[in-house]
Design a protein around this ligand. Structure first.
Ligand code: TXA
Ligand code: MG
Length: 318
């Protein structure tokens, strides 16, 4: 039997150099970020970008996030504005993705942003992917390293489990420190949150001193925000205090529960800790073959918004 973990590589300088060569050849490498692991390829290379879509079985209308080493590199591909500069100086590198207008002469593959006039860009805050970006000449197109619709990976082993040897190289940077995807903000007009994520929209609102407009048009503006996603493959019931028969319970803050079917995201009631444990907990429950998941009420503030947004999507299971 092929060992599916043999393609996990420690994040040494030597292995990052190997990853650089694989990427320059037009192949795909799985990389750690502070949010979730990504499936990365040369963002300038059409064929390489298409490989990501094929591996993920990602619907072809859903554009990818492009990862950059710094603000200067972003300026080469996008038309920036004051809101971008303010936010990027404060929050990048970090779990915030900016949707900006794409420059006419941008070299980013049109397959990466699906021919839109905008691209989603971010500077990740994880030392190994930053090292890799610094030795490469190209930015990296990278969606989360999971099959389309399924759970996002927060360790190298999750990626290996997901792709079963089909990704040649997985760089192991340890468990992701944030554990849920970046927040996506549209800056092509009045700032608007397209996806809640690792940086709470409340922090962004406070910093910009403005109320961010509601995203009523998610379908058109952010194709990845429609339909079933983040799915553990079983029904999910939100705002519950008890599991149902053969089901698991995801608890939050409540120490009084303890049973083999109870998984606590944070006994302290800390939303950051809960976010970090979120996808791993869903994966553990899935692997233990429970039949359903009931979830305690998660406060809908700070990173709780991002957790609830993902639970609502995951609960669209039929
Ligand atoms: O934390 C993250 O953002 C991770 C790590 C790997 O960086 N990446 C990630 O990528 O979550 P992905 O492909 O799973 O999600 C990208 C989201 C999708 O909802 C997609 O529709 C949206 O960003 N997006 C990408 N380009 C866009 C664009 N030009 N306009 C609007 N939304 C866009
Ligand atoms: Mg994803």
């Amino acid at each position: 039997m092929k060992n599916i973990y043999s393609n996990i590589y420690k994040a040494t300088n030597n292995n990052l150099n190997k990853a650089k060569i694989v990427i320059e050849k037009g192949d795909v490498v799985a990389v750690p970020t502070e949010t979730v692991y990504g499936l990365a390829a040369n963002a300038y290379n059409n064929k390489a970008v298409k490989k990501i879509f094929a591996l993920k079985k990602r619907p072809s209308h859903n554009p990818l996030i492009i990862h950059f080493k710094n603000i200067e590199q972003i300026k080469k591909e996008t038309i920036i504005n004051n809101n971008f500069l303010k936010l990027a100086k404060k929050f990048s590198p970090g779990p915030l993705t900016y949707v900006l207008k794409k420059k006419k002469n941008s070299k980013i593959s049109k397959f990466a942003n699906k021919g839109l006039s905008s691209i989603a860009v971010r500077i990740p805050n994880e030392k190994n992917i930053l090292k890799l970006l610094n030795i490469l000449k190209c930015p990296l197109a990278a969606p989360s390293a999971n099959k389309s619709k399924s759970l996002s990976p927060t360790t190298a082993k999750h990626v290996a489990d997901e792709f079963n040897g089909k990704v040649k190289m997985i760089i192991d940077g340890g468990a992701c420190t944030i554990g849920i995807e970046s927040t996506v903000i549209d800056l092509t007009a009045k700032p608007k949150i397209l996806r809640e994520g690792g940086l709470s929209s409340e922090i962004i609102e406070k910093f910009l001193k403005t109320k961010l407009s509601e995203n009523k048009n998610k379908v058109i503006k952010s194709p990845g925000q429609i339909g079933l996603h983040y799915s553990p493959g079983m029904p999910i019931y939100m705002n519950r205090n008890k599991a149902i028969k053969d089901g698991a319970l995801i608890a939050f803050a409540n120490r009084s529960y303890s049973n083999k079917n109870v998984f606590n995201l944070s006994t302290k009631g800390n939303l950051k800790e809960a976010a970090k444990n979120f996808f791993n907990t869903l994966r553990v429950i899935k692997n233990k073959k429970f039949k359903s998941i009931s979830v305690n009420k998660i406060p809908n503030k700070d990173l709780g918004k991002a957790i609830n947004e993902r639970l609502i999507r995951a609960a669209q299971y039929e």
